[in-house]
Design a protein around this ligand. Structure first.
Ligand code: GDP
Ligand code: MG
Length: 296
């Protein structure tokens, strides 16, 4: 009918637009204290995602996190700017009574939806609403090797209703490979039994190709990760890792742990999908809930 239209030129326009404005991506780390959350934030920024970006310079011991705290880095690659923010949270579980320990985290997540909503319903809206919404919440599971504790189940159940939850097995270097594999299967079974739907949620697969790709990821979740913020010399190369008596655990080496899978999922392969689901599913249900409330 039209002959050749040349729609693919739109791709270039989209690309140019993204290059001009850049985009925001926000991650949060959650879990009991001492599981390596703050270390993982540094690992993420020091690993290959931001080798060229400005780096956190301090090499001191990480202090105990006492409040919610966000770190932002602007990462630029091939002219595209990504503003990556990671929100670190104080660990819970120090108290004998952990009742409602999820409250401050859930409050924070909802507050970001609320902010966005307030901008969105203004008569004169900003052309681009600042986005502080949490696109991915990495939940740290203690490496007990047994099963999920009621506290972790309850926490993830609550989180999974309002945000994309990406569970990880923390400090995986404390488990043998067999223990990691067994624990992983146990966790997958526990999540299924309790109907907790973590990212990537089966309900939101777009098409059969998506399903195949995501099924492969679902088999590997939760990723068994190791964090480190120190560099070491290995075969003449500097690598990020943990030095032990027996050698160096290289966090970016897929043979050593699954940190590379976590990073690739968050920052490469599924970044846009995490943003889309946040906007179309989680934010949308917040918005509907809020507007219903105020109409009453
Ligand atoms: P947070 O309380 O969850 O923020 O935990 P931190 O990041 O402060 O780490 C607590 C302690 O665990 C520190 O001594 C870290 O060096 C150590 N640590 C962090 N990540 C790992 C890991 O992957 N494996 C091991 N064995 N220790 C870790
Ligand atoms: Mg901490």
């Amino acid at each position: 009918l039209f002959g050749y239209v040349g729609i693919e030129a739109v791709l270039d326009q989209m690309k140019i637009k993204t290059m001009k404005t850049g985009f925001e991506f926000n991650i949060m780390v959650v879990g009991q204290s001492g599981l390596g959350k703050s270390t993982m934030v540094n690992t993420l920024f020091k690993s290959k995602v931001s080798r060229k970006a400005s780096q956190p310079s301090q090499e001191e011991r990480i202090p105990k996190t006492v409040q919610l705290q966000s770190v932002t880095h602007v990462i630029e690659e091939k002219g595209v700017k990504m503003k990556l923010t990671v929100t670190d949270t104080p660990g819970f579980g120090d108290q004998i009574n952990n009742e409602n320990c999820w409250d401050p985290i859930i409050k924070y997540i909802n507050e970001q939806y609320e902010r966005y909503l307030r901008e969105e319903i203004l008569i004169t809206r900003k052309r681009k609403i600042p986005d502080t919404r949490v696109h991915g919440c990495v939940y740290f599971i203690p490496p007990t090797g047994h099963w999920l504790r009621p506290l972790d189940l309850e926490f993830m159940r609550r989180l999974s209703k309002i945000v994309n939850v990406v569970p990880v097995i923390a400090k995986a270097d404390t488990l043998t490979l067999e223990e990691r594999a067994e624990f992983k299967q146990q966790i997958q079974a526990d999540l299924k039994t309790h109907a907790i739907s973590v990212y990537p949620q089966e309900d939101f697969d777009q098409d059969p190709d998506d399903r195949v790709l995501n099924d492969r990821i679902r088999e590997k979740i939760p990723f068994a990760v190791v964090g480190a913020d120190q560099e070491h010399q290995v075969n003449g190369k500097r690598v990020l890792g943990r030095k032990t008596k027996w050698g160096i655990i290289e966090v970016e080496n897929p043979a050593h742990c699954e940190f590379p899978l976590l990073r690739d999922l968050l920052i490469r392969s599924h970044l846009q999908d995490l943003k889309d689901i946040t906007h179309n599913v989680h934010y949308e249900s917040y918005r509907v809930r809020r507007l219903n409330e105020s109409n009453r």
